[in-house]
Write a protein that binds this ligand. Structure first.
Ligand code: 3PG
Length: 216
């Protein structure tokens, strides 16, 4: 059994914030990924919520080499496999079914399973995982909930997503057991539609400055 914890940590430690993006038009994939990387966010999760998602991953992988691209909203092993075939460098699920947890241990590509409850977390730990997406973070107790998990699960680390914004991301990242945080606020659909890549680079820069400059 392998869970590639060091490979997963390597990806997640490369960026404190991971933009979660849904690509409606394939031609937006590369310029959006470049805009985010230019703003200091080189790790991107493309969600499998649109028909263009897999090709978007392939395009980013081939044409924006400075970006590490992962696949999100993976709900079953078939999607996991397909995402790898299109070049995903990491895999994210909002949850953690037995099938996904088992499948993840047979793959070289690192897997970040999602949990919301203590029992889901314990099931994931039993399966060999040590790093989890905490989703949906804000409505599941947010910063206070993740802080509470630190006592009983001292060696477990989280990437919270769901309800994270420019205004609260630094509160999450201040927690010792939070390795990075994800969210969709970095690529608002209206800005993507308007192809406002400079605006998206500015949003990314602002997010990075909020988590790296203590006075922000
Ligand atoms: C995810 O898949 O991680 C979430 O949809 C992100 O949630 P947000 O839109 O609240 O950032």
């Amino acid at each position: 059994m392998k869970t590639n914890i060091s490979a997963l940590l390597h990806v997640l430690e490369s960026s404190p914030i991971i933009p979660v993006i849904a690509i409606q038009k394939l031609e937006h994939a590369a310029p959006l990924a470049s805009a985010l990387a230019d703003g200091g966010l080189p790790v991107i999760e493309v969600t499998l919520r649109t028909p263009a998602a897999l090709q978007a991953i392939e395009t980013i992988r081939k044409t924006v080499p400075e970006v590490t691209v992962g696949a999100g909203t993976i709900l079953n092993p078939a999607q996991f496999q397909e995402a790898i075939e299109y070049g995903s460098q990491f895999i994210v699920s909002p949850g953690s079914t037995t099938a996904l947890l088992e499948y993840g241990t047979t793959q070289d590509t690192p897997f970040l399973p999602g949990i919301q409850t203590v029992s889901e977390l314990m099931t994931g730990i039993e399966a060999g995982y040590r790093v989890f997406k905490f989703f949906p973070a804000a409505i599941s107790g947010g910063v206070a909930a993740i802080r509470s998990l630190q006592g009983p699960f001292a060696d477990i680390r989280f990437c919270p997503t769901g309800g994270i914004t420019a205004d609260n991301v630094s509160d999450y990242l201040a927690l010792e057991n939070v390795i990075c945080a994800g969210g969709t606020w970095l690529a608002p659909q209206a800005m993507v539609e308007a192809e406002d890549w400079q605006g998206i680079t500015r949003l990314a820069r602002d997010a990075v400055s909020r988590v790296t400059e203590p006075n922000n």
